[in-house]
Ligand binder design. Structure first.
Ligand SMILES: [Zn+2]
Length: 293
């Protein structure tokens, strides 16, 4: 009887211990914020710091243009506090989530950007220009402040530091790219329209806004002629897809291939080297300077 009582007490202590332990970890529950893909994830993590749990919707190694959420993804996201998506047609699947998650706050982080359009379609690649990334960062800060009003000042402080970094990056881009001899650069998909517009360059792309598209033989021919005519020495490839026609053109013309990262996700190599949005943008600038000198 006594033994039974002791084990009862032990069990109760254990249960109580577990519950109090459980409430301890759950108590300072941080808002869960989903970012649709890598650049938004990285900027949100930098502003959110340790007050927000930031998760990325599209896994970092995945090319995001044709991504669609599974039923499981949709169910997971309905539990979020806030969802940050790009807009401009990049993450059109967001409507599917919106209709399933009436209690989640949604923010379009491209709000306020002057969009580049081709007919009815808008080019979504704003994050590849530091000037546009500054607008994204401000929108993200405001969204996080609404998600967790008591950490408003904390987010403001982190945002000011990120803003400072982005303004320095913008200055580096402006100074370096205004001095290059050449202005035309060749890429696979037209991800660098905003960069070209904001820093006085001319982008020539083999395909349009989606890297899943195939380059036509006619366009490949035009690019080869352009390389010969303008005496272009480098052509850019992108890490997530490594398109074949780029290699073909390099072989044909003797130009060298350099990476220009679309920063739509991170490769395994990027993760290993602890790269982030800022470090990859700096690498892009170095490679642009090399190609345009
Ligand atoms: Zn793209």
């Amino acid at each position: 009887m006594k033994k039974a009582l002791i084990s009862m007490i032990l069990i109760m202590a254990l249960v109580l211990g577990l519950t109090s332990c459980g409430t301890k970890t759950a108590e300072p529950s941080k808002p869960v914020v989903y970012a649709s893909f890598y650049p938004i994830y990285d900027l949100s993590s930098k502003i959110g710091g340790n007050k927000i749990v930031v998760k990325t919707i599209i896994p970092s190694g995945v090319e995001p243009h044709d991504w669609e959420p599974t039923t499981k993804d949709v169910a997971e996201m309905t539990k979020a506090n806030t969802i940050l998506y790009l807009g401009l047609g990049m993450d059109s699947w967001i409507d599917k989530i919106k209709s399933n998650a009436p209690n989640v706050a949604f923010y379009e982080v491209s709000k306020g950007v002057n969009p580049i359009k081709y007919g009815n379609e808008t080019n979504p690649h704003i994050w590849l220009s530091p000037k546009e990334a500054l607008i994204m960062a401000k929108n993200i800060k405001e969204a996080l402040q609404k998600a967790d009003p008591k950490s408003k000042d904390y987010f403001e402080k982190n945002y000011q530091s990120l803003k400072n970094t982005l303004e320095n990056l913008d200055k580096e881009y402006t100074d370096a790219l205004s001095q290059t001899k050449h202005k035309t650069f060749i890429v696979y998909h037209s991800a660098f329209d905003y960069l070209a517009r904001d820093y006085g360059l001319k982008q020539e792309a083999l395909v349009g806004m989606n890297e899943e598209a195939e380059a036509s033989p006619a366009r490949i021919g035009e690019i080869i002629n352009l390389i010969k005519k303008e005496n272009i020495k480098y052509i850019f490839t992108e890490p997530l897809t490594s398109p074949k026609p780029i290699q073909t053109i390099a072989k044909e013309t003797g130009v060298q291939v350099l990476p220009l990262n679309t920063i739509e996700g991170l490769t395994k190599e990027d993760i290993k080297k602890k790269e982030d949005y800022i470090s990859l943008m700096k690498q892009n600038l170095e490679n642009l300077i090399k190609a345009l000198e």
